[in-house]
Design a protein around this ligand. Structure first.
Ligand code: 5AD
Length: 441
């Protein structure tokens, strides 16, 4: 989500005549887009800004320094007060105002600007793309379909930093996707904090006599786009996995068989304290139905360990859920108390040491299962969409299977954007290696 927001702001600036600097050492404007989901992310952004102020500012006093995004939203003026080198603080509903504010600061009309107000229709302002950012064609793009969240999970700061759920219209989203496809994009990931709630709060956005949820109506509309090969979305909420969405995996061939469904805990007691709105059994039922609709589906999740009041028994239930589901991968987070969230004030906060131990133990379980799952691909033929050179080794090309596994192979630029079959020769840590030559023999 943040990468997408940053890209849209960069594209807006490029449209106004700015160019992208190769690094912060050459930039006239440095904006840090920030995340508030865990305290670690906030500390990292503050530390980075302190370094920029000490290093970059010292040599180039006119560099403009700013914070954008969730931490900017939740801390606002406080950031300027604590870090006097900061010129600009832009909240999550004001990304599209960045260029204007920079004009004011650079021309000297205003010295410092903090804008974290809410703005109607701001959900439709993240739309510009920097597709050829690195002079290479993008194969895959993210499209923001909504902003905000109304779930109010007790651990989560997002409803306070991103605001109420607000959805863009289907034609608006489809137009953006069409434009991307006309520029060479083959795969689109629909983005939102809680995509399965798309359009639920505004009946004018969708056809209400349809039996399909607004999100599935949106998937159908995007699916119609000629030239688009693959559709993904992130993140859904388990409570939004109705039968219409499960059927969509069997019905819409462009919808890739992959799902990132945050479960957060395997204990009903903890799920309730978290205000998640489903039980372990309900979650397991969804997984079963998804696998029945498409046995190849790749399933990943998010899990929090050490939520306040989580006992050894609760944690055991999370471990057993991980074993039962056999996630392809899981992102594990140590609970981090966030300001103004109900969980931060709950009794029985779990000591840091136990949070770390549980994190380690769950990680081992998840890795062991992941390894087994990835190894089971060896020897099989699979289809990938080639995205570009591998980040770690530019001599290799990188693509993804429909079930969202990264596959590396010896290839070249001519493979970019191709949908190709290859044979998996070996598995590394959450990565597969393939060989197209074997298929052609
Ligand atoms: N502490 C730890 N992890 C958190 N997440 C959200 N809030 C917190 C928190 N306070 C995790 C959830 C979510 C992911 C994006 O971040 O697992 O799905």
């Amino acid at each position: 989500m943040n990468e997408r927001d940053s890209e849209a702001v960069a594209a807006q600036l490029v449209a106004k005549g700015y160019s992208l600097a190769p690094s912060e050492n050459f930039a006239d404007v440095i904006l840090l887009n920030t995340c508030s989901v865990r305290d670690f992310a906030e500390q990292k952004a503050i530390g980075k800004m302190q370094n920029l102020a000490a290093d970059v500012r010292k040599n180039r006093p006119n560099v403009v320094l700013g914070f954008m995004g969730c931490m900017a939203q939740s801390r606002g003026q406080e950031l300027v007060d604590k870090l006097p080198d900061v010129d600009l603080v832009i909240g999550t509903q004001k990304f599209h105002r960045t260029a204007d504010y920079l004009d004011e600061i650079i021309s000297g009309t205003r010295e410092k600007i903090v804008d974290v107000k809410a703005e109607e229709k701001s959900e439709a302002t993240i739309r510009e793309h920097l597709l050829n950012g690195n002079s290479q064609k993008s194969v895959s793009a993210f499209v923001s379909i909504m902003q905000g969240c109304n779930q109010y999970c007790t651990f989560c700061i997002v409803p306070y930093t991103r605001g109420e759920e607000r959805s863009r219209t289907i034609p608006d989203i489809v137009n953006e996707c069409r434009e991307l496809v006309s520029r060479g994009v083959k795969e689109i990931t629909l983005l939102g904090q809680i995509v399965t709630s798309y359009g639920k709060r505004d009946s004018s956005l969708t056809t209400h006599h349809s039996s399909l949820s607004p999100f599935v109506q949106l998937l159908e509309a995007v699916h119609e786009i000629d030239g688009l090969e693959r559709i993904r979305f992130t993140s859904p909420h388990p409570k939004g996995y109705g039968d219409d969405l499960i059927d969509a995996y069997a019905r819409l061939p462009k919808l890739c068989e992959s799902a990132h469904i945050p479960v957060q805990s395997g204990s009903d007691r903890v799920l309730k304290l978290m205000h998640r709105g489903y039980t372990r059994e309900k979650f397991l039922g969804i997984i079963k139905k998804l696998r029945a609709a498409n046995p190849e589906i790749g399933i990943t999740t998010d899990i929090i360990v050490g939520f306040p009041g989580e006992t050894e028994k609760d944690f055991e239930e999370t471990l057993s859920l991980a074993r039962e589901v056999e996630f392809d991968n899981a992102y594990i987070f140590k609970y981090s108390p966030r300001r103004d969230t109900p969980a931060a004030a709950m009794p029985d906060q779990v000591p840091q040491k136990i949070r770390e131990e549980r994190n380690q133990q769950l990680l081992e379980t998840v890795n062991e299962i992941g390894k087994r799952k990835y190894n089971s691909f060896v020897g099989r033929q699979t289809q990938i969409l080639v995205e570009g050179p591998s980040k770690k080794n530019a001599a290799r090309m990188s693509g993804r299977t429909r079930c969202n596994k990264i596959v590396l192979f010896d290839g070249s630029e001519r493979h970019r954007g191709q949908i190709m079959d290859l044979k998996i020769t070996r598995a590394g840590s959450f990565t597969l290696y393939g060989d197209p030559a074997i298929v052609n023999l």
